[in-house]
Design a protein around this ligand. Sequence first.
Ligand code: NAP
Length: 303
Amino acid sequence: MADIVIIGAGPAGMSAAIYARRAGMSTVVYEASMYGGQIVNTPEVENYPAIQKISGFDFATNLYDQMTNLGAELRMEPVVAIEGDAANGFKVRSEYSSEDAKAVIIATGAKNRQMGIDGEERLTGHGISYCATCDGAFFKGQDVAVFGGGNTAVEDALYLANMCNKVFLIHRRNEFRAENALVEQARANDKIEIITPKIVTGLKGEDKLTAISLTDMADGREQMIDVAALFVAIGQVPAAAPFAALVAQENGYIVAGEDCRTSAEGIFVAGDGRTKNVRQLTTAAADGAVAALAACDFVRANR
Ligand code: NAP
C-alpha cells in the first residue's frame, strides 16, 4: 500500500510527488503516456518565475528527475478507476495493475480539443498535428497552418516560422486571447500570415493533408488554402471522465477550491483539471504543493 497515489505526471502531479516524498510519504505516480503533460508541447517557457527561458521538454525532465531522485515510483499505465473510500482506503486501478492508497491526488489535467470535422481522425499523423514541437520539423520548407488564438497557437506559429516556408495563423476572432507580446511578434514576422475571423471547416487529402477550407465568421464565405500540415491549438478539455462517479464535476472539471479538496474525503485534485480561473505552469505547480500537503495531513490524521 502506498501512502499517496498520484494520477497524472504533468507539472501538477510531479510537483505533488516532490512534496509528498519530501514529507516522507510512500508515493506512486501513474501516467498514461509521456511524463510532462501539455508542457512538453511548448517550445519555450519564459514565464516561470526565476527561470529566464527553458524548453517545455527540459522543464518536464527536470521535474521528472527531481521526483524520481526523491524516490517517487512512476508507473506508465492508464488509470481506469478509483475504488473505496476514506474510511476503508482507496484502490487505484490501472489497465495493468492496482495500488492501495491512503489518499489520492488526481492530476490528470486536460487533453487537446479536437475540431470535430470530417477527416480529422484519419489525417491525424498525416498532416494534422496537435504538437508543433513534436512534428514541426517534418514540414521544413513547406507551407503550414496553425488554428487557434491562444498562447499555444501563437507560440506554435512563431516556432514553425523558424523552419517552414509560410505559416497561416487562423483564428475565429479578430482579437487574440494570447498575450500581446506574442501577438506582436507574430504580426512582425514576415513568414506568418494572420487570417481572421475564420474557422477551419474542411480538410482535403486522402493519404495526407493537402489543403484546408476556411469559413469566414462574418460573412460565411469559404476559401481553400494549400498546406502540408495543420497544427490544431484550440485549447483543451478536461480529462477527468473516469472519476465522474466519485468526485463532483462541473463541465468536466473536478470541483475544488484553492485547498484542492474534492467532494470525496481523501481525494484531492491538482492542476488544469480543477475548477479555477488561471491555468498556468505556476498554478499547476502551486496546486501540486497544496494538494500534496493536504494529502499528507489526511494520511497522518488517519494512520
Ligand atoms: P486557450 O488559451 O484556451 O486558447 C484556445 C484558443 O482556441 C482560443 O483562442 C479560442 O478562441 C480557440 N478555440 C476554442 N475552441 C475553439 C473551437 N471550437 N474552434 C475554434 N477555435 C476555438 O488554449 P491554449 O492556447 O492551449 O492555452 C491553454 C493555457 O495554457 C492558457 O492558460 C495559456 O495561457 C497557457 N499557456 C501558456 C503558455 C506560456 O505561458 N508560455 C504557453 C502555452 C499555453 P477564443 O479566443 O475565441 O475563445
